[in-house]
Design a protein around this ligand. Structure first.
Ligand code: UDP
Length: 324
């Protein structure tokens, strides 16, 4: 049965008939900060945020990172796949800004020694509290495997967007992602990718803000700066392929026999432990861990490599984590 759903958030409106494989995400002109306490309507903001999001999602799709984006359908509307959203906000940081400075005393503009991932519960009533990974698992928001998948995904998005923006002298200080599951249960990146939810600094300088901090801090010239971001993205996308990363991507790949299949090594280790008096040992399962270093951050490459060379999918299963 068709049920028209319109969900209205602070910055976007979502339209779905409840049955189709696509829905519409309309970008509003509203700017909000301080969990909605400060708001302003700014004609033209929605169009800019929609255009920037469309370009960045298209770029990620082309890099084989799955996102909900299908196409743009009007100036301020994207056609996207309907997702069952995970109530988490995933923040990735490369430079100190915002709440990292207010909570932990970092100096704004300081480059972090490695990317930092944080999670917030998406809950306005609770003021989107910061969540520990143990709390995410305790609340059963996602499984451990899904949490690892989200972290790997977020680090790849970070690398791809950082590299893209670096080409046009913009520093990606931090950003917020939201994920969801499609009908088949695949994890996809949803929501938006615009200066409303990322901090972008011209020339890597925290005094040259191109993002919503201009609104948060009453710096003015919001549209002009969003427009600069859009133009630079066009420039970056017109340049050649994405660069090779300066630091190789380190992956830890865990391979183990599929559940229920014979595991002779594990069996032998269990028997020997018992024979030598370690009667507490009920079972040992044997797998292996491989460490890889890659000069490309695309997740599908890792999955291709595993499925075609490193793992025997008929008898083994694998998981991996990006080491940061
Ligand atoms: N962010 C967001 N939505 C939120 C909170 C944060 O999109 O509800 C983005 C924000 O624009 C910044 C990053 O997440 O790019 C980190 O934000 P931070 O935790 O520093 O909080 P803020 O300073 O925005 O309150």
């Amino acid at each position: 049965m068709q049920t028209n759903t319109i969900k209205e958030g602070k910055a976007k409106k979502f339209h779905w008939d409840g049955v189709s494989d696509s829905c519409e995400l309309e970008f509003k002109n509203t700017l909000t900060a301080l969990n909605g306490q400060k708001t302003e309507e700014l004609e033209g903001k929605g169009v800019l945020a929609a255009n920037i999001s469309a370009k960045l999602f298209e770029f990620l799709n082309e890099q084989n990172l799955k996102t909900h984006f299908i196409k743009k359908s009007s100036d301020n509307t994207l056609v996207v796949q309907p997702l069952t959203m995970i109530p988490l906000e995933i923040v990735v940081r490369n430079y100190a800004a915002g709440s990292l400075c207010t909570r932990l005393g970092f100096k704004e503009g300081e480059k972090l020694k490695k990317p930092l991932i944080q999670f917030h519960l998406k809950d306005d009533a609770l003021n989107d509290p910061l969540l520990a990974e143990s709390e995410i698992l305790y609340l059963e928001i996602v499984s451990l495997e899904q949490l690892n998948q989200i972290k790997n995904y977020a680090l790849c998005v970070n690398w791809l967007l950082t590299t893209l923006f670096e080409q046009v002298k913009i520093g990606l200080a931090d950003f917020k992602l939201e994920f969801g599951f499609d009908k088949a249960g695949n994890l996809l990146l949803g929501d938006e990718l615009s200066p409303d939810n990322m901090r972008l600094w011209d020339n890597f300088d925290s005094n040259q803000k191109l993002d919503k901090d201009r609104f948060r801090q009453n710096l003015g010239h919001i549209l002009e700066n969003y427009q600069i971001v859009l133009e630079r993205i066009y420039l970056a996308l017109a340049k050649k392929d994405i660069q090779t990363p300066a630091v190789p991507l380190k992956i830890r790949l865990y391979i183990k026999p599929q559940a229920g299949l014979l595991d002779p090594t594990g069996r032998t280790l269990t028997d020997s432990s018992n024979r030598l008096g370690f009667t507490e040992v009920e079972a040992i399962k044997a797998g292996k861990m491989l460490e890889l270093e890659l000069n490309d951050y695309r997740l599908n490459l890792i999955e291709d490599l595993c499925e075609r060379i490193l793992v025997s999918p008929a008898i083994e299963e694998y998981s991996y984590e990006i080491v940061v």
